[in-house]
Design a protein around this ligand. Structure first.
Ligand SMILES: Cc1ncc(COP(=O)(O)O)c(C=O)c1O
Length: 488
C-alpha cells in the first residue's frame, strides 16, 4: 500500500475546503466558538479539524471511507490481519480484547503485573482470573516480565484458560519472551493478548526487541500516544491470529467501550503518526536509541548513580530490554526514587515519567533533543556532588519484594456488584477488598476487588501509604479508608 497517504487528514481538509454552513456537532463550528482565552494562546486553526462524521470524514464505528483506508494502512504497516483506531486509550483496547476472549466465568490467565485496565475488562466480561506472577528484578527493585515456564505451569493447572493477558514491554522497558509464551498458549488452544501500550515503536528498529505481533501474539494494543507521536488517548488494536476469534464480536466490543463521538483530532493524530512511522520509523528510533545510549553511559559514570541497560537481559525476569527507557537509581547516595523525582522536578524542572522506591524512569523518544539529555545529566551530576560525601545509606531502605500472592474469593465482576461498605485501613486485614488498590503510577493493582487482604498484602501497601504515594482505587487516594465487601 502507499504509506505516503494520510486519508483521514485529507478527508478533513476536503471538508474544510467546502467552507460548509455547519449545522453538525461539535457546536464550536470549526473554531469560531472556542474560548478566545484558549485560541489567543494556541491559535485557531487546529480547531477546524475537530469535526464529526461526514461523507469526507467517515465513521469510526462503521468505517467505509477515510477511516477505513487509514486503518488499512495501519494494518499494512504492522503486518496485522486487522487494525483498529482507538480513542479511549489502550485502556479500552485491553477491555475489548478481554471481552472478546473470556466472559461469564471463563478462565483468563492474567499476568499479575498487568495494568488496571485488565481488571476493568474482567469486571465488564465476568472472566475468572488465574494469575501468573511476574519475576522480580531484585537488583533494581522492579517487577520484570513473565517467563514461559511460569505460563506453562499455570496452563498445566488450568488447561481451560481461554487466553493469557500479559504486558510487554513493561513501563520499565522489560520485554518477556513473547515468542515462547505464544507457543505455550497455542499448544493449549488459548489466545495470547498482549498489552503493548509501551511498545508501538519497537517494530521500526532491528536493535529494539521484537514486537508482540512479530512474536506470535494473537492481539495486541499499543498506546500510540506514549512514544509514537499521536495525541493523548490515541491507541490502536491489532489482530493477527489463526485462532478462532469472533471478529464481529470484537468490533461490537469496541463500540461498547468507546464513545459514539470519537474525537477527530485523536484519529487524525493516529493517521499522521502511522505516516511518520512508515516514512521515517527507523530514523526516529535511531535517534531515540542514540540519545538514550549516550545518556545511559554518561549517567553510569556519575558517582552514586546507576542506569539499567542490556546487561540485565537473559535472566528469568528479563528476556530483552527496550534501551530507550532509562531506569535511573541513586540509592548509593541515599536518595530513593521518589526523592530523586522530586529534586529533579522542583530544582531542575526535569520531569521524569515515574518514580518507585528505588528508581526514576525517563521515557526517551525521537522527539527528545540532546538538550533535554544534557539537562538530565547535568542535574544528576549536581545532585551527585551535593550528596557525595554525606552518604546516608541508612536512610535508604530497599523495598524490593515480589508482588504479594492474591487470595481470590470472588471474581472482579462479582465483587464490583456486591454490597460494599467501608473500613479503616488499619483494620483491613482479613477483609475482602471491594475495590482495586493500585499505587499510581504505574497503576498495577496490588489488590483486585474480591480478594482477601492478607497480612502480606497489607504490609506491601502500607509501604506506599507511609511513602504518601498516590493510590488509585482507595476512596481518598491516601489509603486511610478502603471499600470492602459486606460479609453477611
Ligand atoms: C502497561 C499499560 N497498559 C495500559 C495502560 C493504559 O493506557 P492508556 O493510557 O493508553 O489508556 C498504561 C498506562 O500507563 C500502561 O502503562
Amino acid at each position: 500500500m502507499n504509506q505516503n497517504e494520510t486519508p483521514l487528514l485529507d478527508g478533513i481538509e476536503k471538508l474544510i475546503e467546502t467552507k460548509p454552513a455547519y449545522f453538525r456537532i461539535p457546536g464550536h463550528r470549526m473554531e469560531k466558538g472556542v474560548s478566545s482565552r484558549w485560541t489567543n494562546k494556541v491559535g485557531k486553526e487546529i480547531f477546524a479539524y475537530d469535526v464529526t462524521e461526514t461523507p469526507y470524514t467517515d465513521d469510526l464505528h462503521s468505517p467505509e471511507g477515510a477511516i477505513a483506508k487509514a486503518q488499512e494502512l495501519l494494518r499494512d504497516l504492522y503486518h496485522a490481519d486487522e487494525s483498529y483506531f482507538l480513542v479511549n486509550g489502550t485502556t479500552c483496547g485491553n477491555e475489548a480484547m478481554i471481552l472478546s476472549c473470556a466472559v461469564d466465568k471463563d478462565k483468563l490467565m492474567v499476568a499479575r503485573n498487568a495494568h488496571k485496565s485488565a481488571m476493568m475488562g474482567m469486571i465488564l466480561s465476568g472472566a475468572e482470573p488465574v494469575y501468573v506472577m511476574p519475576e522480580v528484578l531484585t537488583e533494581w527493585g522492579i517487577q520484570g516480565g513473565i517467563s514461559p515456564q511460569a505460563v506453562r505451569r499455570t496452563f498445566e493447572e488450568n488447561p481451560d484458560c481461554k487466553a493469557l493477558f500479559m504486558v510487554s514491554p513493561t513501563y520499565y522497558g522489560v520485554v518477556s519472551d513473547v515468542e515462547e509464551i505464544a507457543k505455550v498458549c497455542h499448544e493449549y488452544g488459548a489466545m495470547l493478548l498482549v498489552d503493548e501500550a509501551h511498545g508501538g515503536h519497537v517494530y521500526f528498529h532491528e536493535e529494539l526487541p521484537k514486537g508482540a505481533l512479530q512474536a506470535g501474539a494473537d492481539m495486541c494494543v499499543q498506546s500510540m500516544h506514549k512514544v509514537t507521536g499521536a495525541l493523548t488517548q490515541s491507541s490502536v488494536l491489532h489482530v493477527n491470529t489463526k485462532q478462532p476469534l469472533d471478529r464481529e464480536r470484537l468490533a461490537t466490543n469496541l463500540h461498547l467501550v468507546q464513545s459514539t463521538s470519537p474525537n477527530y483530532l485523536l484519529m487524525t493524530s493516529l493517521d499522521c503518526a502511522r505516516y511518520e512511522l512508515a516514512m521515517h520509523g527507523r530514523e526516529m528510533q535511531q535517534k531515540a536509541l542514540d540519545l538514550a545510549r549516550e545518556a545511559r553511559e554518561r549517567i553510569r559514570r556519575i558517582e552514586g548513580f546507576r542506569c539499567m541497560g542490556k546487561e540485565v537481559e537473559g535472566n528469568a525476569a528479563v528476556y530483552a530490554v527496550d534501551e530507550t527507557r532509562l531506569v535511573i537509581c541513586a540509592k548509593e547516595l541515599g536518595i530513593g526514587g521518589y526523592e530523586l523525582e522530586e529534586i529533579l522536578f522542583e530544582k531542575y524542572a526535569v520531569n521524569m515519567e515515574l518514580a518507585d522506591a528505588e528508581n526514576v524512569l525517563a521515557v526517551i523518544t525521537y522527539a527528545n533533543e540532546a538538550e533535554d539529555m544534557e539537562r538530565l545529566i547535568a542535574a544528576c551530576e549536581e545532585i551527585s556532588k551535593a550528596y557525595a560525601g554525606k552518604l546516608d545509606k541508612i536512610k535508604y531502605e530497599s523495598a524490593v519484594r515480589a508482588l504479594p500472592t492474591a487470595v481470590q474469593v470472588m471474581t472482579p465482576r462479582e465483587a464490583y456488584f456486591a454490597k460494599i461498605t467501608e473500613a479503616d485501613w488499619q483494620q483491613a486485614v482479613g477483609k475482602i477488598a471491594g475495590e482495586m488498590i493500585a499505587p499510581y503510577p504505574p497503576g498495577i493493582p496490588i489488590v483486585y476487588p474480591g480478594e482477601r487482604i492478607s497480612q502480606e498484602i497489607w504490609d506491601y501497601l502500607e509501604h506506599f501509604r507511609l511513602e504518601k504515594r498516590h493510590i488509585h482505587g482507595s476512596k481518598d487516594g491516601k489509603l486511610e479508608e478502603i471499600k470492602i465487601i459486606k460479609e453477611e
